[in-house]
Write a protein that binds this ligand. Sequence first.
Ligand SMILES: *[C@@H]1O[C@H](CO)[C@@H](O)[C@H](O)[C@H]1NC(C)=O
Ligand SMILES: *[C@@H]1O[C@H](CO)[C@@H](O)[C@H](O)[C@H]1NC(C)=O
Length: 839
Amino acid sequence: MARGERRRRGAPADGARTAERAPRGGPARRDGRVGGARGAAGGAALAIVVLSVVLGLLGCWLLSWHRVRRAVTLHSAPPALPPDSSSPAVAPDLFWGTYRPHVYFGMKTRSSKPLLTGLMWAQQGTTPGTPKLRHTCEQGDGVGPYGWEFHDGLSFGRQHIQDGALRLTTEFVKRPGGQHGGDWSWRVTVEPQATGTSALPLVSLFFYVVTDGKEVLKPEVGAKGQLKFISGHTSELGDFRFTLLAPTSPGDTTPKYGSYNVFWSSNPGLPLLTEMVKSRLNSWFQHRPPGASPERYVGLPGSLKWEDRGPSGQGQEQGQFLIQQVTLKVPFSVDLVFESGSARAGGNQALEQLAGSLLTQALQSHAEAFTVRFEKTFQLKERGLSPEEQALGQAALSGLLGGIGYFYGQGLVLPDVGAEGSDQEVGPALFPPVPLFTAVPSRSFFPRGFLWDEGFHQLLVQRWDPQLTREALGHWLGLLNADGWIGREQVLGDEARARVPPEFLVQRTAHANPPTLLLPVAHMLEGGDPADLAFLRRAFPRLYAWFSWLHQSQAGPVPLSYRWRGRDPALPTLLNPKTLPSGLDDYPRASHPSANERHLDLRCWVALGARVLLRLAEQLGETEAAAELGPLAASLEAEESLEELHWAPELGVFADFGNHTKAVQLKPRPPQGLVRVVGRPHPRLQYVDALGYVSLFPFLLRLLDPNSSHLGPLLDVLADSRQLWSPFGLRSLAASSPFYSQRNSEHDPPYWRGAVWFNINYLALGALHHYGHLQGPHQARAAKLHRELRANLIGNVWRQYQATGFLWEQYSDQDGRGTGCRPFQGWTSLVLLAMAEDY
Ligand SMILES: *[C@@H]1O[C@H](CO)[C@@H](O)[C@H](O)[C@H]1NC(C)=O
Ligand SMILES: *[C@@H]1O[C@H](CO)[C@@H](O)[C@H](O)[C@H]1NC(C)=O
């Protein structure tokens, strides 16, 4: 993942090929010979030269045209998921969900033209001027901690949000019925953070619904001009109705007095909703509960006049944005009910509204069912974990499931048109529109799909709900292009795009990413669930194409070696050019990038891939593929070849190989700032001295035989507190490394240079557990290390959660503090599987 996200308005250019290049040789030469050839012979010669140049260019152009086309053409293998698998007819229970992870609370449909709902809130009267409007999850808005206490990934969730003096609880529950995804209800409860406060805050909640296109929303106005409900119709949802119920005291049915405002306009574009509401909050209203003194508040214009902001007549095609604002004193609860027309067809007209005490009951019974299912699945109580640790486990799972999003759109792709370093260039092209159902690493900072994160996410999700994992894997495999490539970062749709800086929008088709999706695939194979196997049968051609692309496109300088394409160029401002495709961004590699590099982690990922694909092919009876994969898997697993290419006797561990010297440093050089200085010894081809996660890969991915002579030395560095062992988990880079905790440039703080990352620690736990169960000289030691590492990891994540209320992106190896972004309920949620000892 890349740091440095900042907000951006609007969408970038539509991928038009703007990279016009000056012709070879640069601007017209001034030596006066250009116009000199006037004779007939000269003319003919010139014509031949021009013709051959044109033909040559045409050939190159055709080749790159062909490559560009393949880059943005979807793979032709049959889809891994049945067509329409996201439609309400095929998967009604998954049609509605909290699929907008970047908003504090909202739901939408799994649709290319979804109906979206969301919540904004503001505490009135705290500051002069406009109150702070809360809507999208932000790192720096002062809200938090927040997160899901429960979320079952399907039909129920309860989230707590702390916002200054306020404590919000947002709950939803779905009720199946009809052909359009059924009903759902929300309850939002707002209470003061501290009890006994004399002046209770006045709070506004803004419930909105947005349509994107032809759908029609119709506000139903009562006799006194008040909004009774919003009805609507779309082809996917049929007829439906939203009703905002009168607020009550929490846990009570006594109505409380609320002031209402509404606003109705065309959809300004999803990334602009907050701005639009802010810009409209410019009128002063009075909240006048009977028997109390009136209080002023900022509100929306207040009438249900259609506010068409767009050019006349276009409002409806752009979609609509309808907001209801309710303002009152805390504490209170408000229910919002969505009712699907077709759930009321036939004999069901009298279906009772899922609100009030009926909603209270439904929420309660779902919470109880969640707790029972949670213990049945993970057995934390049975394993003796404390109730607080169990609550952390539930929050880890719920946060991950509550972070699942549904995205739809076109990514920007930079096709690979030739050999690395060639000066042939094309501009970015638009990938076809695709849907993606995926979990996300962080709701506030990375609210979109990341390929290698997702493999870790699904390890946890599949234990809870294998169907969700099949959906997610099926969607990811749907992104495969004609060459078998999947982009590592998926920025699909306006909402996702608005949060990504332009330099991270474009995905290069030459770049890979660890094939971690094969980890949940391996788990499916072990489990043998018939539904999983049926899915794998459909998915096999795509998995195979994906693996083949990885193994071929990232081939290294010698057979059975592999090299990540796409290291950063050797700029003078970089201590060690980064390797973003590896996922380990700034983990130190060879100091001088070259085509001679052999990357140990990649070789291990490919070996794991070959192993999983081979097992899959054998189990599915794909004999041809199995015959091809067999020899490759065998050679990649042979320890002699691993030893020959990656064992560094002088270092006593496995290592990368490349053009390298240790003697690099960043030194201040005004006015440029920090500049890399290379000393002696000069770089030469050798093993890269960077002891850390990469050194452990043959062990992490369980590629070593338990009797291997290399296992002992790896366990030594792992268990050595001067190297990888810390009281908070394994650090990413040895404390003894010259790169330990070093910035990569003036603007680039250390990332994978010492901090403890949960995903790799989870792999280490799994490996220790594995070797602790296999006979061999290191069995007892591995088992003991497993116990200690597990206790350290769980203990630290737990302490940090207690202290901050968040799971974090990484943890300091020096004091255990959570660092990076938060909440990070991507792979840090694997703490639950560590608790459950499920690897
Ligand atoms: C290693 O890098 C140095 C500095 O760029 C270069 O001069 C040298 O030729 C490289 N050696 C090899 C073997 O690539
Ligand atoms: C490792 O060696 C021991 C003793 O020679 C043997 O019993 C065991 O089966 C070996 N383990 C494997 C996985 O080969």
